[in-house]
Ligand binder design. Structure first.
Ligand SMILES: Nc1ncnc2c1ncn2[C@@H]1O[C@H](COP(=O)(O)OP(=O)(O)OP(=O)(O)O)[C@@H](O)[C@H]1O
Length: 218
C-alpha cells in the first residue's frame, strides 16, 4: 500500500456514551450501555446475531435517536456543541455506492459532500485500496469486495477523527483485510478512534473488546 500523505495527528478527544438505550420497531434493543473511547483507542463490539451491534453503531453515528442516555464528543474538556455526525465516518452494511457513477466519480462525490479538507486526493485513496486501475469503471460492475474497498477509500479521502465500522472486513479477501487493519492501525496511531462491530477476530493490536449480550454490555 502506498504511503498516505495525510498523516497529521488529531487533536485529543473522547466519545462518551452514558446509559444509552435504543428502541427499534417499538422494542428496547439495547439498554444501559456505558463506555468511553478516546482518540488513540479502538473498541471492538462483539456479540451474537441480533444483539444490537449495528443498532449501537447507527445510533453513535447519529442515524437513530437514543431512547435514553447520551452520546457526547468531548474535546479539551468541553462537549462539542454540534451533532456528532460531522466528526464520524460510518461504514454500514450497505456501502452507499452509486451504481451509475464511475468508481472515481463516487469517491469524488463523497469528498465534495463530506468535505475534502485534510483528506487524500481521489487517486491516492483509490490507489491505497487497489482500485485506481478501474477508476473509470461504472460502480455497478464492482464485486462485493471491490464495493467495500471503495467504501473504505472514503476513510482515506475524507479526514474524520471517529470511525464507526460495521463488519468492515465483510467480503474482503485476506490481502484487503490486512490492508484495512493497517489503515485502522494508522488511524489510531494518529490519535483517531475506532468503534468496530465484528464477528471475526480482527488483528488490531491494543483494541478493547466490548461484548454485548441481550442488549447490554456483558
Ligand atoms: N428497522 C427495524 N425495525 C425493527 N426491528 C429492527 C430493525 N432493525 C433491527 N431490528 C431489530 O433490532 C435487533 C438488533 O439488530 P442489529 O442489526 O442491531 O443486531 P446485530 O447485533 O448487528 O446483528 P448481526 O450480528 O446479525 O448483524 C434485532 O432483533 C433486529 O431484528
Amino acid at each position: 500500500m502506498p504511503e498516505i500523505s495525510v498523516n497529521r495527528p488529531f487533536q485529543p478527544f473522547r466519545l462518551v456514551v452514558e446509559a444509552l438505550g435504543v428502541d427499534r420497531g417499538g422494542r428496547r434493543v439495547i439498554e444501559g450501555i456505558e463506555f468511553e473511547v478516546a482518540g488513540g483507542e479502538a473498541v471492538l463490539v462483539t456479540g451474537p446475531n441480533g444483539v444490537g451491534k449495528s443498532t449501537l453503531l447507527r445510533t453513535l453515528a447519529g442515524l437513530g435517536r437514543p431512547a435514553s442516555g447520551s452520546i457526547r464528543l468531548v474535546a479539551d474538556g468541553v462537549t462539542e456543541p454540534e451533532e456528532i455526525g460531522p466528526h464520524v465516518h460510518y461504514l454500514g452494511h450497505r456501502d452507499a455506492v452509486k451504481p451509475a457513477l464511475t468508481v472515481g466519480e463516487n469517491l469524488a462525490f463523497w469528498r465534495d459532500y463530506l468535505g475534502a479538507d485534510g483528506g487524500a486526493p481521489v487517486d491516492t485513496a483509490l490507489d491505497a485500496v487497489g482500485l485506481l486501475d478501474i477508476a473509470t469503471l461504472p460502480a455497478a460492475y464492482l464485486s462485493a469486495g471491490q464495493r467495500r474497498r471503495l467504501a473504505i477509500a472514503r476513510l482515506i479521502a475524507v479526514r474524520r477523527p471517529l470511525w464507526l465500522l460495521d463488519e468492515p472486513t465483510a467480503a474482503l479477501d485476506a490481502a484487503s483485510e490486512a490492508s484495512l487493519v493497517g489503515l485502522m492501525t494508522g488511524h489510531v496511531e494518529r490519535g483517531g478512534a475506532i468503534v468496530a462491530a465484528t464477528h471475526l477476530a480482527i488483528g488490531l493490536a491494543g483494541a478493547r473488546p466490548l461484548r454485548l449480550v441481550a442488549g447490554e454490555i456483558a
